[in-house]
Design a protein around this ligand. Structure first.
Ligand code: GLN
Ligand code: ZN
Length: 756
């Protein structure tokens, strides 16, 4: 039994890529330094796979920022405005990813979107009518050659043409169909280039195939792959899918001239049924994704071996693989000293998953595997009860009534009451919550964690920061203030740390986008709130000013979605437990005089099933009520805000309105305000603050630019429902750009008030 992985994490076991990239962006190191760090990481990853005994080792799964952007660049998909900056290739690439503001010009970054149902975000490639799609780079060859020079034969990977063209934005009159021949030519050239090098296998990744695919799309897919595979040479082609099953195109794929097909048996609910129903061709290899690439729990060997035996009985040639790239799990459990051994034994991160793959492959070949020590240990683990239950939580859950999900009076009435009591100006200005996490802020937290400073010293520092933040927000004239979130490392981990039932890691970072990584906490058991979490900070901040300071919480859907979930209870149950805990916090904030409370649901869309038919029953039907459960207990005059990132929620607007918040702020500037039309069409009721500028980039928006955005917004939203705010929290920004940006934002709001 051979083994394969789809991709390996690329950020480095100690976040080397982040630190090197950030230094490069700041001009502290040159490109050679960054390139050399990248090269070391690639070698390290390949070595890890080799040492574990993986047969299909990957190359070109590394990326300086985003793998889809790499693929777009390789295909020549670079908008003119970036080329015209006249920067080096690498800097043009970074300009697309992060925007550019400097002596060569001022260009915004390309849009960024959530990558399928993960918390990874990709840069949206953009094709203009004049874009010439042609092979325009050599990354895939270079990284293959590099590994080869080190003595490793690898399986280079690339995002497939169908997924690339499907995720690309077309700014002109042309559509993806117009690029069929050109893109076929590029992929053929890639195959030819690899053939020249003697490459044995290429992995072409098509995650878009696990979505709903209609007949014309299927037709397009078929044309595309007939083209790419025509005249296929000696390089074997693995078409790899993940994040679900390929029910709409299973027979299309098995009918193609492919050498391997990669299917996801973990998230793909229908995968096994498809194989049972239609069979699997004898002349192809099935890369069976049986090891969960997204979660950190150990694999249940007995179950996996049963699965493998089932496939064997059908006479299918199988390579054991992961369900998706290991990009979504942290590097290794090595060095997680704070995780107790009796808990640690339940987990496998990327490096440990390599070991699992190999162990299972060996067990599979061992007729006497039931007497093998590795098997026995695994069987024992899954056979024993985990210490993770809390009866009190379970009782509380069983006592929830229907009315606990409904806030009264209805929103229209609340809106009137809140306008009367809060007396905010028209087009109120606010920010999303966090302020720049400068070095001193991070140091204060880490010194406290390490025990280098006392709790009193730690708090004193934060209080000073909060006071400074309140003063300058007052000074520049914002209407609804925030305390700045200096006490938080991350919007989920912070809450997780204060909840019972969570486990934490020291170094389990996972890439969210570019240089932004998260350290998702692990939901180990039933969740409950020990003590108030944020009340002290919010009350302190509010005591400093007559203006309103928003209480700032993370909602249950986001806390759940950005944690590693349990595999032994349902999402619904886990999410509802968290909702009850956050509900207690909301009520405590209200009791302590906080009048506006924001409950962030940045990741609301994250676990939305990829197929529309599953949206309600498998997600929205309990995720939206979980949010309502959190705030249904507050008084009419308490204003509930929520915030969401990435405006890709055009299609779930009624569900968002159904969260029954009073105000929602969301990302909008990166996607040209397209969402506004959808809000209007759906008669969106919640007051709304579509972000007026992009905070993912260091550029400072001009007053004019913000005024223009607001004018566009006024055409689609009622004046008395429109808020003025940035896209998202400002924690990743520097103070240098934050203050001038917000000064411009307040100025723009004033201009608009005069116009209205
Ligand atoms: N309140 C959080 C912040 O401002 C929201 C972050 C987010 O949406 N990702 O940082
Ligand atoms: Zn956000």
């Amino acid at each position: 039994m051979q083994t394969s992985i789809i991709g390996y994490p690329r950020i480095g076991a100690h976040r080397e890529l982040k630190f090197a990239s950030e230094k490069y962006f700041k001009g502290e190191v040159d490109i050679n330094e960054l390139t050399s760090v990248a090269k070391d990481l690639r070698n390290e990853h390949i070595k890890s796979q080799k040492e574990a005994g993986i047969d299909f080792i990957t190359s070109n799964d590394f990326s300086l920022y985003d793998i889809l952007l790499d693929t777009a660049v390789l295909c020549g998909i670079v908008p003119k405005r970036y080329k015209e900056l006249g920067l080096s290739d690498t800097d043009t690439y970074f300009a697309m990813a992060r925007g550019y503001q400097g002596e060569k010009g001022d260009v915004k970054a390309l849009a960024m979107k959530k990558w399928f149902n993960t918390n990874y975000h990709y840069i949206v490639p953009e094709i203009e009518d004049e874009t010439e799609v042609k092979l325009s780079g050599s990354k895939i060859f270079d990284e293959y050659d590099e590994a080869k020079a080190n003595g490793f034969e690898t399986k280079p990977v690339i995002i497939g043409a169908y997924t690339l063209l499907s995720l690309t934005r077309y700014t002109g009159s042309k559509k993806k169909e117009d690029y069929l021949d050109d893109i076929i030519a590029v992929y053929k050239e890639i195959l030819a280039g690899l053939e020249k090098r003697g490459t044995k296998w290429i992995q072409i990744e098509e995650p878009s195939l696990v979505r709903d695919i209609n007949a014309p799309e299927k037709d397009f897919l078929l044309k595309l792959y007939k083209g790419i595979l025509s005249g296929k040479g000696s390089v074997k082609v693995l078409l790899q899918t993940y994040y679900g099953d390929v029910r709409d195109v299973y027979e299309t794929l098995t009918g193609l001239d492919l050498d391997g097909i990669g299917l996801d048996f973990v998230e793909g609910k229908e995968t096994l049924n498809l194989v049972n129903k239609f069979g699997f061709p004898k002349d192809k290899i099935l890369f069976a994704g049986l090891i969960n690439g997204k979660n950190i729990w150990k694999n249940d060997y007995a179950k996996t071996l049963d699965g493998l035996n089932l496939l064997k009985d059908k006479g299918i040639n199988v390579v054991l693989s992961t369900s998706c790239s290991l990009l979504h799990v942290p590097y290794t459990l090595d060095g997680e000293e704070k995780l107790p051994e009796d808990k640690k034994k339940y987990f496998a991160f990327a490096k440990e998953k390599l070991v699992e793959l190999k162990e299972i492959a060996l067990l599979y070949e061992n007729a006497d595997y039931k007497n093998d020590a590795a098997f026995a240990a695994n069987l024992k683990l899954f056979g024993s009860k985990r210490d993770c239950e809390n009866k009190e939580v379970q009782n509380r859950l069983s006592e929830i009534k229907d009315e606990d999900y409904v806030r009264l009076p209805i929103r229209k009435e609340r809106e009137k009451i809140q306008k009367d009591t809060l007396k905010l100006p028209k087009f109120p200005t606010t920010t999303i919550g966090s302020f720049p996490q400068t070095k001193d802020v991070k140091k204060n937290r880490s010194d406290f964690k390490k025990g280098l400073i006392s709790e009193e010293e730690y708090k004193k520092f934060n209080r000073e920061k909060i006071e400074r933040a309140i003063r300058w927000q007052e000074e520049i004239g914002l209407d609804v203030l925030v305390h700045g979130e200096y006490e938080r490392n991350d919007m989920v981990e912070y809450f997780g740390e204060s909840l019972d039932g969570y486990l934490f890691t020291q170094n389990a970072w996972v890439q969210s986008y570019g240089t932004r990584y998260l350290k998702p906490p692990i939901i180990w058991g039933d969740i409950s709130r020990k003590n108030p979490i944020t009340v002290e900070w919010s009350v302190y901040a509010q005591s400093l000013t007559k203006k309103y300071v928003k209480g700032m919480l993370t909602g249950p859907v986001t806390i759940f979605n950005w944690s590693f979930p349990r595999e032994d209870i349902s999402i619904r149950e886990s999410m509802t437990q968290i909702a009850l805990a956050i509900r207690d916090e909301v009520l405590d904030l209200e009791k302590n005089g906080i009048k506006i409370i924001q409950i962030d649901e940045a990741a609301l869309r994250e676990k939305l099933p990829l197929r529309k038919s599953d949206w309600n029953s498998e997600y929205l039907d309990f995720a939206i009520p979980a949010f309502r459960l959190v705030h249904s207990g507050v008084k009419a005059e308490t204003q509930i805000h929520t915030h969401m990132c990435y405006s890709e929620f055009t299609d779930i607007i009624p569900a968002i309105d159904n969260m029954d918040a009073d105000v929602i702020t969301f990302e909008a500037s990166r996607s040209d305000l397209l969402i506004l039309d959808a809000l209007k069409e759906n008669n969106f009721e919640t007051e709304a603050g579509p972000g007026v500028y992009d905070i993912h980039s260091p550029r400072v928006p001009s007053v004019d630019e913000i005024v223009t955005a607001l004018q566009k917004m006024r055409k689609k939203l009622d004046d008395d429902k429109l808020w003025v705010n940035p896209d998202c929290g400002l924690k990743t920004r520097g103070e240098e750009e934050t203050k001038p940006s917000l000064i411009n934002l307040v100025e723009a709001a004033k201009i608009i008030r005069n116009e209205a």
